[in-house]
Structure formats: C-alpha cells, structure tokens
Design a protein around this ligand. Structure first.
Ligand code: DX5
Ligand code: ZN
Length: 220
C-alpha cells in the first residue's frame, strides 16, 4: 500500500482564524486538506463555496481535496477546478450520468472521486471503478461534522478493497470520511483505507499537529 494520507477537514476549523489554521496544516504531516462544500439541498446544511476555496488555495501548500455535497455537481466542476481543487469528489447519489461526470473531472486535470452515502452499497460503482482515482466511503450521513462513526463503513471499506483488488486496481484511493479518530483508524487501514478525513478529531484536540502525526503513524 502507498503511505496513508491524512486529510483534515476544515469544516471543523475556526473560520475567524482560517489563515492560521491553514498555516498549521501546512506545517503538519497532513498531505491533503479536505474541503466540504454543502448546498442545503443534497444535504441539510450550507458550508462555503468559491471565495473561501480560492482564499484557502492561496495560503495552502497541500493538495485541496474538495468533497461536493451538492446537487447537479457537473454545473460547477470547472469553477471548483479553477478555484484550486486538485481532487474533486461527487456523490453517487447526485449523478445520474456518473461516467460522464467522472470524465469531466478528469478532463479538468483533477483526480476524480465518487462518494457513497452510508445507505449506498459498494457494488453500485463497480462499472466505473476503473475510471475513478478515488472512492470516498461516508462513515456518517453527510451534512455535519462531529457525528458518530457508523461501524458498517469498515465492512464497506473491506468490500471495496476486495473489489478493487479483483480488478487489479492497485492505485485506487479509498477515503473514509466522518467520525474518524484513533479509535477506528487502525480498523479502517486494515480494511484497506488509504486516505482518512478527520475534522473534529484534529481541530478539537489540544495539539492538532501531534494528532495528525499520531494518525499518520498508524499507517506505518
Ligand atoms: C460531513 C463531511 C465530513 C466532516 C468530517 O458531511 O463530509 O468531511 O467534515 O468531520 P468529522 O471528522 O468531525 O466527522
Ligand atoms: Zn467530507
């Protein structure tokens, strides 16, 4: 396995001090910064959009991993790529023409990801698995940070890792998002996860840089 990527979610950051929060992440062992975009339609919450992403992009030295929890994401892919997204993940549940949407993301030069809600089984993406760079397994219902981890995500991670292996897709990134902490990270890594998002676990800790380092260590 390639080394474990930790992607702190800035949804849990202090927005009044966003610049110094990004500086902290730049100084940490996090390789990616996870950016949660919510539209108040697909999910019952609204977070932030292009101006915030652009500002983060100016300050961040890490890969911006943009998780689109929005309806009809194809309308905005180009704008998100221009604003600095390097990884663009759309939800399976929002894309009736998923294959086309994935191609659009790749044409923009971004890594293409597909996210699955807790109630969406892994097998539905079998026919696009060879086309994507990343699958994001939601381990909470999307919309809010700080929720309780849903343990079934571990089983889904294993299923996905096995499906990818059966197709020889050794480079697939398997990202887990929601309620991730040192209490479940090792189980997820053993099941096949290689990207872990962590919001509150990182930003609510007394020493976020050390918390990130502790998560990274679990992957070694
Ligand atoms: C939930 C978001 C997550 C969230 C993770 O809709 O997609 O990325 O910010 O936050 P924690 O780690 O606090 O559950
Ligand atoms: Zn997310």
């Amino acid at each position: 396995m390639e080394s474990l990527i930790i992607a702190p979610s800035i949804l849990a950051a202090n927005f009044a001090e966003l610049g110094s929060e990004i500086d902290m992440l730049n100084a940490s062992q996090a390789e990616w910064i996870h950016v949660d975009v919510m539209d108040g339609m697909f999910v019952p919450n609204i977070s932030f959009g292009f101006p915030v992403l652009e500002a983060v992009n100016k300050r961040a030295t890490k890969v911006l991993d943009v998780h689109l929890m929005i309806e009809k994401p194809e309308r905005y892919l180009e704008a998100f790529a221009k604003a600095g997204a390097q990884v663009l993940t759309v939800h399976y549940e929002t894309c009736p023409h998923l294959h086309r949407t994935i191609q659009q993301i790749k044409d923009l030069g971004c890594l293409a990801g597909v996210a699955l809600n807790p109630s969406t089984p892994v097998h539905v993406i079998e026919d696009v698995l060879a086309d994507v760079d990343l699958v994001l397994i939601m381990s909470v219902n999307p919309g809010f940070g700080g929720q309780k981890f849903i343990p079934n995500a571990i089983k889904k991670t294993k299923e996905l890792a096995e499906l990818a292996a059966s197709k020889g897709l050794t480079k697939l990134k398997i990202e887990i998002d929601g309620g991730v902490s040192t209490a479940n990270a090792l189980d997820l890594i053993e099941a096949g996860a290689n990207v872990l998002v962590a919001g509150n676990f990182v930003f609510s800790s007394s020493n976020p840089i050390e918390t990130i380092a502790n998560l990274v260590k679990l992957g070694n």
